[in-house]
Design a protein around this ligand. Structure first.
Ligand code: MN
Length: 199
């Protein structure tokens, strides 16, 4: 696993994002979902796997409705430390704009396995293009699938029918689970916010 692409895209003298490289020794596999207003608003779905955060950009965000199939485009691995990142990426930098921690928690494969075996199973499922995830987040709970649609970077994020399935729009819960702030709260603080008005 490499963070080379991630690091190449960023100027760490300018962006507050972490450079990465510290391995995780926790007992559970963690996940984070960022809400990120870059040139377009999207959600970044990030799963700890193999020492990094495997990452997908989900334009519509997650849905609790098993009828929905939301596009999730696989992007470069992010460092594990990125799970704690919330803030403003300055103008002129890759992904410039506001980022909040929309959801966080831990996750596991469908089968109950110890962390090491769980990770092995998930890496196998990732390679096969069909991940089954049981999410233990503050907003997302229960079973989800990430399914690759073709030999490409396009995957689909799908909620499985269980007691956590719902037709309610979960993205209406728009505050950070870390700070309680919304993207709009950060935007007000962002002195470069003018460019959003120009769009
Ligand atoms: Mn993003």
């Amino acid at each position: 696993m490499t963070l080379r692409v991630y690091q190449k895209k960023r100027k760490f003298s300018q962006t507050p994002e972490p450079k990465g490289g510290t391995p995780h020794r926790g007992k559970k596999l963690e996940f984070v979902i960022h809400k990120h207003r870059a040139s377009r608003l999207h959600y970044d779905f990030r799963l700890e796997m193999g020492g990094v955060l495997k990452s997908w950009a989900v334009p519509k965000g997650p849905s609790l409705n098993p009828q929905d199939r939301h596009l999730a485009v696989m992007v470069e691995d992010h460092p594990f430390e990125y799970r704690k990142f919330e803030g403003i990426i300055p103008e002129g930098n890759y992904g410039a704009g506001e980022v909040i921690i929309w959801d966080k928690g831990w996750y596991e494969p469908r089968a109950e396995l110890a962390k090491k075996d769980a990770e092995k199973e998930l890496l196998k499922e990732l390679k096969n293009g069909h991940l089954t995830l049981v999410m233990h987040g503050e907003k997302l709970k229960g079973e989800f699938a990430l399914v690759r649609t073709s030999p490409s970077k396009n995957w689909l994020l799908i909620k499985k029918g269980d007691k956590f399935a719902s037709e309610n729009d979960i993205t209406k819960k728009d505050a950070s689970v870390k700070s309680g702030k919304t993207i709009e709260d950060l935007q007000k603080r962002n002195k470069n916010a003018k460019r959003w008005h120009a769009q």
